[in-house]
Write a protein that binds this ligand. Structure first.
Ligand SMILES: O=C(O)C1=C[C@@H](OP(=O)(O)O)[C@@H](O)[C@H](O)C1
Ligand SMILES: C=C(OP(=O)(O)O)C(=O)O
Length: 429
């Protein structure tokens, strides 16, 4: 088991670029594989989650060439995937498993999806239930709640589905199924979740409409291969944004970060806490907004966080907790129940870890109250096998009273394999 310890530093300074967006990288492989012609992907995230998606499509007969810079996907068209000869291993990746379930349900073959011990504990009925309403034949442990999932591909019919959770994975699974289902598939959600699928479906020429009522996908149109440039992942940038805010004497420029409005909740939250964050050189790349982000150390204050911004910052809560621990006063998080069903229960994990470094945290069913301290104490904590918990606690160590040691940090490679090397380049000792 790999452990890593971070000592307090004198500043976070310089210029960095973070690796490609995880959500967009997954989708580029999926849509490229079921399009006609070649798709090229530059800036693809080579994290373990995305490699799981890449291997899944190779196992279904798609030729994907990787020269280390650009991926070249020889698209097979909507009906060109072939039956995988073994279980598809989604590793730790909820996105791979849920989106693949939607894509595989309407194929003319049998497939099985599984994953690691964490993924096999996560809820899957949220995608199985609407897909079964569309006519899918799907099985899972615990009455369809948990992986391994068995998928007996067959013809589907479009439905109109109001999702009870704001989840881009549920929405995207149904959109992918909708490419094959007879008629139209309509999906609405309580708040708009990340809309990378909508943007990429349009980019590949799918028959799609978006608006206040949600998204509508119509089947019958082949997709066309495209050239995609993946922007930097704002969820990875978030660790360095918080690091630069909480370490006095910091100034950090993060270049080429995706700033899709469905993902910028972290910027809104940190700005409301008093953080100095500027977006520079805003532009558009492959249908996604991109900017450089300039962050300077700031005195943060506690705020209340609830409502739609929670969806727009869902993966950033572990590191938001670290910002809150370093802020003056109390930060109140509510309506964030979804955090309990991620790679681990992120409310419980962060409460445990922050308490271990001297921060008072009260858990509620759908959130937590965090009382900021002058300085987080030194201590030893666990990753709970969750990449974002590991990186968040390492960031906490940068401005703590002493060393923070985190155990089981291999999981960082799930989404951000270059985290440690980037940290070395910006930490002023
Ligand atoms: O669609 C996606 O790429 C993702 C959606 C979110 O999950 P939910 O759909 O479960 O909210 C997010 O937490 C995950 O990291 C990536
Ligand atoms: C929740 C996450 O990913 P996934 O659901 O794809 O495992 C994440 O990366 O924080």
């Amino acid at each position: 088991m790999q452990n890593y310890a971070v000592r307090p530093v004198k500043g976070i300074r310089g210029e960095i670029a973070v690796p490609g967006d995880k959500s967009i990288s997954h989708r580029s492989i999926m849509l490229g594989s079921i399009s006609r012609g070649e798709t090229t992907v530059r800036g693809f995230l080579r994290g373990e989650d995305n490699i799981a998606t890449l291997n899944a499509f190779r196992a279904m007969g798609v030729a994907i060439d990787d020269d280390g810079e650009t991926l070249r996907i020889a698209g097979k068209g909507l009906r060109g995937l072939s039956e995988p000869t073994d279980v598809i291993d989604c590793g730790n990746s909820g996105t791979s498993m849920r989106l693949l379930t939607g894509l595989l349900a309407p194929q003319r073959f049998y497939s099985v999806l599984s994953g690691d011990q964490y993924l096999r504990r996560r809820p899957m009925r949220r995608v199985l239930e609407p897909l079964v309403q569309m006519g899918a034949c799907l099985y899972g442990r615990e009455g369809g709640e948990k992986a391994p999932l068995a998928i007996i591909g067959r013809g589907l019919t479009g439905i109109s589905y109001a999702s009870p959770v704001a989840s881009a994975q549920v929405k995207s699974a149904l959109m992918l199924a909708g490419l094959y289902a007879e008629g139209e598939t309509r999906i609405s959600e309580p708040h708009l979740s990340r809309d990378h699928s909508e943007r990429m479906f349009r980019h590949f020429g799918a028959d799609i409409e978006t608006g206040h009522g949600g998204v509508v996908v119509r089947s019958g149109r082949e997709l066309e291969g495209r050239d995609i440039v993946v922007p930097g992942d704002i969820s990875s940038a978030a660790f360095f944004m918080v690091a630069a805010l909480i370490v006095p004497g910091s100034e950090l420029l993060i270049r080429g970060v995706g700033v899709n409005p469905t993902r910028t909740g972290i910027i809104d939250i940190l700005t409301a806490m008093g953080g100095s964050i500027e977006l520079l050189d805003q532009r558009e790349v492959s249908g996604e907004p991109v900017a450089d982000i300039l962050v300077r150390s700031s005195r943060l204050k506690g705020i209340e966080i609830a409502g739609e911004v929670v969806t727009r910052a869902i993966d950033e809560f572990p590191v938001i907790c670290v910002a809150a621990a370093n802020a003056e006063g109390r930060t109140v998080v509510r309506e964030a129940r979804e955090l309990r069903v991620k790679e681990t229960d992120r409310i419980a994990a962060m409460a445990t870890n922050l308490r271990a470094v001297g921060v008072s945290v009260t858990e509620t069913e759908d959130g937590m109250d965090i009382d900021g301290v002058e300085r987080v104490a030194a201590g030893a904590v666990e990753s709970f096998g969750d990449h974002r918990i590991a990186m968040s606690m390492l960031v906490a160590g940068l401005s703590a009273a002493g060393e923070i040691a985190v155990s089981d940090t291999e999981c960082v490679a799930t989404s951000f394999p270059t985290f440690f090397s980037i940290l070395e380049t910006v930490a002023v000792r």
